[in-house]
Design a binder for this molecule. Structure first.
Ligand code: NAD
Ligand code: DAU
Length: 350
């Protein structure tokens, strides 16, 4: 039985990856290592928690002794590394957490994999999940390709860029069998309501203002989270080593246009007159260093490995809204406690 370590599996994307692998590969044992920060939630995995090929391990990737012992004990065949601090706004107020988890934590995992695999890399794999934000910001035209030069602007994207470089360095220097993917903005069930779409769903639900940064003209390329998990499955199982794949939905939206679509869908689902939610839109101070536009060219992944997105955005956003409205308890649970303080600190001063 192959032993695969998935880090950050209790978070948004990680939980979808864990579910896919546990259900699809009964001959793998999936170990989900997560610190359970504010963003990690075992409720996300209730449906698979009792499966015989699944084990949850609570732990911190920054704790090097713990990571070394874990790898010595389980001798994983593969690692899919998603654990990270992931929210740009939090990285602006507290960069150090991002340096520790995203950079130091990644190096701890690389060292542990290198140590237990020695030089026997046959059928081994270290898959690092990264972001399109490492490429910086586009103007009105053009795309991010796998060979686009790195140009990160936020502490978050700089920490992810740094971890990407280190992962590549371990391949080039030690021959570690790594693979990297850089994905665009994900949306879908289980995303923590600090990110645009779930934050705005939650605020519309409780008739709170919708804080649009700047003029709302920034563009993001949105991909349904299950399609990202499918891409991770395809890339993990490819025989490529040392490669990079960009993942994206060819689905660009200016923030304000996306927000208006979301408002319409919410009005319909909540049975409110059309236009009700749009009235909540409030323009606030822009995010510092706000990247204008992200857009991914994913043709390498599509052509080499045959992946393509399965969902159109209109369908994805309806499914997402339905999930949040059907799972209000989840939303209430994750927004109790520290969330209120975060919200006041973040938006009280805008
Ligand atoms: P998330 O914030 O929802 O989840 C991160 C998970 O990592 C949480 O479960 C958290 O508890 C865990 N974690 C954090 N610090 C840890 C530590 N020190 N040790 C162990 N576990 C720790 O993040 P997400 O949105 O699911 O993103 C997952 C990965 O995908 C990240 O690496 C992120 O950079 C990348 N990514 C995200 C997006 C996106 O749109 N959300 C897009 C492209 C790439
Ligand atoms: O591109 C991939 C990245 O997408 C991931 O690597 C990150 O982990 C993920 O958080 C996401 O980063 P963004 O900064 O693009 O996502 P966010 O949801 O925070 O913001 C999306 C856009 O909406 C961005 O232009 C900022 C804007 N925004 C966001 C919030 C939270 C607002 O206008 N108001 C808000 O309150």
């Amino acid at each position: 039985m192959k032993k695969i370590l998935i880090t950050g599996g209790a978070g948004f994307i990680g939980s979808h990856v864990v579910r896919l692998f546990v259900n699809k590969y009964p001959d793998y044992h999936i170990y989900n290592l997560d610190k359970l920060t504010y963003a990690g939630n075992l409720e996300n995995l209730k449906d698979i928690q009792d499966k015989p090929n699944y084990t949850f391990i609570k732990g911190d990737i920054v704790d090097n002794d713990f990571i070394q012992k874990l790898f010595e004990e389980y001798r994983f065949d593969g690692v899919i590394h998603l654990a990270a601090e992931s929210h740009v706004d939090r990285s602006i107020t507290n960069p150090m957490e991002f340096i520790m988890t995203n950079i130091v934590g990644t190096v701890n995992l690389l060292n542990a994999a290198k140590y237990i695999w020695k030089n026997d890399f046959e059928n081994k794999r270290f898959y690092h999940i990264s972001t399109d934000e490492v490429y910086g910001s586009l103007g009105e035209t053009g795309y991010f390709y796998e060979d686009t030069a790195y140009d990160p602007h936020s502490p978050y994207s700089a920490s992810k860029a740094s971890s990407d470089h280190l992962v590549r360095a371990y391949h080039d220097t030690y021959g570690l069998p790594v693979i990297i993917s850089n994905c665009s903005n994900n949306y879908g069930p289980n995303q923590f309501p600090e990110k645009l779409i779930p934050l705005f769903i939650n605020n519309i639900r409780s008739n709170k203002p919708l804080p649009v940064y700047g003029k709302g003209v920034n563009v993001r390329d949105w991909l349904y989270v299950v399609d990202h998990a499918r891409a991770i499955d395809v890339i993990y199982h490819s025989d490529k080593v040392g490669e990079t794949y960009n993942i994206g939905g060819h689905n660009e939206w200016k923030n304000i246009d996306l927000i208006k679509v979301l408002c319409k869908v919410m009005d319909k689902k909540l049975g409110r007159p059309e236009g009700t939610s749009e009235k909540l839109i409030t323009y606030v101070t822009d995010r510092a260093g706000h990247d204008l536009r992200y857009a991914i060219d994913s043709s390498k992944l599509q052509q080499e490995l045959g992946w393509k997105p399965s969902l159109q955005f209109e369908e994805g956003i309806e499914k997402t809204v339905d999930w949040y409205l059907e799972n209000q308890e989840w939303l209430d649970n994750v927004t109790s406690g520290n969330y209120q303080k975060y919200y006041e600190d973040m938006y009280g001063r805008r």
